[in-house]
Design a protein around this ligand. Sequence first.
Ligand code: GTB
Length: 217
Amino acid sequence: MTATITAFEDSPDQGQGQARDMRVRWALEEVGQPYDVRFVSFGDLKEAAHLALQPFGQIPTYQAGDLALFESGAIVLHIAERRRGLLPDDADARARAVMWIFAALNTVEPPIIELEQSFYAEGDKPWHRERVPLLQDHILARLDNLSCYLGGADWLDGEFSVGDLMMVMVLRRLHGTGTLENYQNLSAYVARGEARPAYKRAFAAQSAVYTSKAPSR
Ligand code: GTB
């Protein structure tokens, strides 16, 4: 059966790959799983029908048959487990791929989100300007470590995996901040992810919503 995911009907970035349905779309494209998209407004997110699917009133969600999931990490992992293409066969390598999903979501993404949100939540506070460099340092500390670990490798653990998919998506959040440009290997790593045919199909589908206002598939 065809899976249905949710996405913003009007994303703030107008389909430039920042909303988290992009992670799910990319995973689905990597494994060749067809999907439909149900578009929701910000109002819809807080309605009882959506809260029953996603208790925090957010996108993305994933529904296939009787299964309903939320949290982009859980959805992407589920997709990777069901079809070949995103997880290695070797059990230890699979465990490491899953570890990199958690590293992306639990270790690298939080300081990036904290800085982003500080502008909305605290931007008018007199102390915000002093706090920004501190928050930027937290991001740089993570990127320094990640850059050292990646070194000259193409991917984090041999072949491209779901761990790379999630890490690339998290690092993409830094586009436009000038931060990633300080790390030649991380910039190249993100570009390598974005060059994958499955990424390009997912990105085109997300941005097509805004260029043609047509359903994504
Ligand atoms: N932990 C959850 C997951 O990974 O699934 C977080 C989901 C989440 O943050 N969803 C956001 C949402 O629904 C959309 S992706 N927010 C509405 C709300 O909380 O009320 C975050 C996002 C959206 C758009 C941009 N952009 O346009 O630049 C960037 C990030």
